[in-house]
Design a protein around this ligand. Structure first.
Ligand SMILES: Nc1ncnc2c1ncn2[C@@H]1O[C@H](COP(=O)(O)OP(=O)(O)OP(=O)(O)O)[C@@H](O)[C@H]1O
Ligand SMILES: [Mg+2]
Length: 217
């Protein structure tokens, strides 16, 4: 039997991700003590833990996507369920520090076809970004744009810096606080969705804050 180092590596990352997921759940179980210093420390540990989980998930995706296009597993999902689940996850991460809203436009169909894992990964990254930058609110929205399902994460931060809007995050160097890979990934995830020649898109703009919009054909 040949030792397949790369698969072992992926399995190890997977294992780490699951262990950290459990640690994250354990941290969630620590009750608030209404002591500022204690609660802030635990909250910081929870956020950090969850963002390492999400990052490991990303690294598994990178591993699978090396030298080949991302192949989404398209299935029928409810946009409403997806938005509500993302809202709940964001609210759990924000713990009251930031108000989290869900907004569903009336013309959004009951089902849409997309890879829910991939799309959630993109949205979770946007949510982590918003939690880091928003002043007080963040909203997760579903609407229809140009015949596509638009999944949007909107906040009241200072907005995306000019180089992100201009460069489409393609040239993002490693940042002091992050890898700068999150938005690039989200773009790849959007573009991997294809319906009768219409490709998905990531649109970023500022409107009283940062607006992250994933268009799914
Ligand atoms: N909601 C936001 N408000 C303001 N600026 C943002 C927001 N989201 C992202 N940015 C800016 O865009 C940059 C790139 O974001 P991206 O998610 O690609 O990388 P990152 O957050 O730095 O790293 P990673 O996602 O890997 O942790 C961020 O470093 C930040 O400067
Ligand atoms: Mg990010």
């Amino acid at each position: 039997m040949k030792f397949n180092g790369t698969d072992q590596y992926a399995a190890l990352i997977h294992e780490l991700k699951n262990d950290l997921g459990l640690l994250s759940l354990t941290l969630d179980g620590i009750p608030q003590q209404r002591e500022r210093e204690h609660d802030a420390t635990v909250d910081a540990a929870r956020l950090l833990c969850q963002s390492v989980v999400d990052r490991l998930q990303q690294s598994l995706l990178i591993y699978k996507a090396v030298d080949q296009p991302i192949r989404p597993a398209i299935d029928a999902w409810s946009p409403q369920d997806a938005v509500h689940e993302m809202r709940d996850r964001a609210a759990a991460l924000a713990r009251g520090r930031i108000r989290v809203e869900a907004v569903l436009a009336l013309d959004v169909p009951e089902i849409w076809f997309f890879d829910r894992d991939l799309v959630e990964m993109a949205l979770i990254n946007a949510i982590h970004n918003s939690l880091a930058h928003a002043r007080s609110t963040l909203s997760i929205e579903a609407s229809m744009t140009e015949g596509c399902l638009a999944l949007t994460v909107r906040d009241d931060s200072a907005g995306y810096p000019q180089h992100i809007l201009a460069g489409g995050a393609a040239n993002a160097a490693f940042q002091a606080t992050g890898t700068g890979l999150g938005l690039q990934f989200s773009r790849l995830i959007a573009q991997s969705h294809d319906n009768q020649g219409r490709r998905g898109e990531l649109r970023l703009h500022n409107d009283q804050g940062a607006v992250f919009c994933l268009l799914l054909p």
